[in-house]
Design a protein around this ligand. Structure first.
Ligand code: FES
Length: 190
């Protein structure tokens, strides 16, 4: 007859300690702890994750699925369906190109093309090293600065394609994004 080994049924090392919840997971859980366990709060949960971390990680999706008691596949499907959400971390510095009509009228597309050519990425993508991302932006009301981009939150306006090339080169070559474009007339306005 089979005998129960010393230490019970847990093997020679005895029972294993339950892994401690990491700080990250605890923080993720706290973010959605008040949401109801059904589908109706799914978008709210994803918005909270996106707002806090800039993207919705695999771990965040797992925590959301547990809290709402839906499958991870369901959460993943919603995250990737809506363009509001990212599933990868944002770039260290995001350059946003204004696609509004005033900027386009003043060769905004030339500015966009120059940035894309130098950085080697399109809108919505980021450089392979994750340092610089290019994003599509909408008019922010400061059309007197057209055509413009934002480096982080800072407007750099009244651009030319040539100026965009030099800004993109500086960013590509490792210049501090906070200092790039400051020497331009439209570079100091936020
Ligand atoms: S159209 Fe670009 S800021 Fe208004």
């Amino acid at each position: 007859m089979a005998r129960v080994p010393p230490g019970g049924t847990h093997g020679e090392d005895g029972p294993r300690a339950m892994p401690l919840e990491t700080e990250v997971t605890a923080e993720l859980r706290a973010l959605v702890a008040d949401l109801r366990p059904d589908h109706t709060d799914l978008l709210e949960a994803l918005h909270r994750m996106q707002h806090r971390y800039g993207y919705v990680s695999a771990e965040a999706m797992r925590v959301v699925a547990e809290q709402l008691r839906v499958s991870v596949a369901h959460v993943y499907g919603a995250t990737t369906y809506y363009s509001d959400f990212r599933v990868t971390p944002p770039a260290a510095c995001t350059v946003t190109w204004c696609s509004g009509p005033a900027c386009r009228l003043k060769n905004g597309t030339g500015v966009r093309d120059a940035m894309q050519a130098v950085l080697g990425v399109g809108l919505g993508a980021q450089t392979a090293d994750g340092r610089i991302g290019l994003a599509l932006g909408q008019c922010n009301g400061s059309c007197e600065q057209a055509p413009q981009i934002w480096i982080g939150e800072r407007v750099v306006g009244q651009l030319t394609a040539a100026r965009a090339v030099s800004i993109a080169r500086a960013l590509r070559d490792g210049a501090d994004p906070a200092a790039v474009g400051l020497d331009h007339p439209g570079g100091r306005d936020g």
